[in-house]
Design a protein around this ligand. Structure first.
Ligand SMILES: Cc1cc2nc3c(=O)[nH]c(=O)nc-3n(C[C@H](O)[C@H](O)[C@H](O)COP(=O)(O)OP(=O)(O)OC[C@H]3O[C@@H](n4cnc5c(N)ncnc54)[C@H](O)[C@@H]3O)c2cc1C
Length: 283
């Protein structure tokens, strides 16, 4: 069914619950159905809900992104480029342009693939997510949203309708890096690094979030804490990278990369991402 209104879509979801699935870009759901990894009695096609395709900035500097915003739009949008440069930097790494033309922000977050870029970016940026049912709505902080492998906090009658990214504090720099065999493939490992410096150039706050390194986006809190109070140096970057790679991530391995190789990538890529993030923060 393809309802014309959000109310209509939510009413159908309330009625059918887990027997129904929203169809957004279809770039994860349809392949999963083709492989018989997902089955559903009813598809609720939400592509008519144009009101959920938007990018706006409010007076507080928060960036509001509608859940049905296509990934290609996020990649090209000037507001995203200026105010959420980490998201802008990560977007070209999401699959291929053809897939980004259809895939949506909300679909990627709701799908919660541990190898996906958008959950990592949302977690690194401290996003807030608005979920709506036929009766009410609630806000979910991103720290509470991802609940494990392909699992989120969304209830069976809820739809993710909006994502809000807070503004970055002054003297903040961010970087996104991932590594895959071919451009467009899911990465063997990747990460987002964000650092905020104090006036003397030491790290005040940091966040390191990894993809394909566990059963969801992995927030390496101890490694980020290690950076606090530190000025940038190769030794500091190496210490944080080792801590994250050896103790905080839990890569599962695949035919493309063993867990050991993923840990090696984490060490190398963390060093590079931190170097870039510190340099950008001090610009
Ligand atoms: C060949 C290929 C390569 C890919 N490579 C990558 C990659 O490198 N990185 C990456 O991140 N992704 C990759 N993807 C996935 C792609 O980014 C998808 O677009 C995305 O994961 C899902 O978005 P969608 O809008 O297509 O969601 P859909 O496939 O329509 O839906 C996915 C799931 O989310 C649910 N859903 C959708 N929207 C909502 C909502 N608003 N509220 C609640 N539930 C909702 C659906 O019911 C479904 O269960 C790839 C896909 C393909 C086919």
């Amino acid at each position: 069914m393809a309802p014309d209104s959000l109310e209509g879509a939510l009413a159908l979801k309330t009625e059918h619950g887990d027997d129904a699935k929203f169809l957004a870009g279809g770039q994860s759901l349809i392949p999963a159905m083709n492989f018989r990894l997902a089955q559903t009695a009813l598809l609720i096609d939400v592509n008519n809900l144009k009101e959920l395709d938007y990018i706006r900035r409010d007076a507080n500097g928060d960036l509001h992104l509608g859940a049905l915003t296509r990934q290609r739009r996020l990649e090209r949008d000037p507001l995203v480029k200026q105010y959420a440069p980490l998201l802008h930097e990560a977007m070209p790494w999401v699959a291929h342009p053809q897939i980004r033309n259809r895939g949506t922000l909300g679909g990627s977050l709701a799908h919660a693939d541990p190898a996906a870029e958008l959950p990592v970016i949302a977690l690194a940026l401290g996003a807030r997510l608005r979920a709506q049912t036929a009766r009410d709505e609630r806000w979910i902080t991103v720290d509470d949203f991802f609940r494990g492998l392909f699992t989120t906090d969304l209830a069976s009658d809820e739809m993710l309708v909006e994502v809000v990214l807070p503004p970055l504090p002054p003297r903040t720099g961010a970087a996104f890096i991932e590594f895959s065999r071919r451009r467009g493939d899911y990465a063997m490992l990747g990460l987002a690094a964000i650092v905020t410096l104090n006036e003397s150039g030491a790290c005040e706050k940091a966040r390191l979030v990894y993809l394909n390194a566990g059963d969801g986006p992995v927030d390496a809190k101890q490694a980020a804490d290690l950076l606090k109070g530190q000025k940038p140096s190769a030794e500091v970057f190496a210490a944080a990278a080792s801590l994250a790679a050896e103790q905080e991530i839990n890569p599962m391995g695949s035919i493309h990369a063993s867990p050991d190789y993923q840990r090696h990538l984490a060490r190398v890529l963390t060093g590079r991402a931190l170097k870039q993030a510190f340099a950008r923060a001090s610009q």
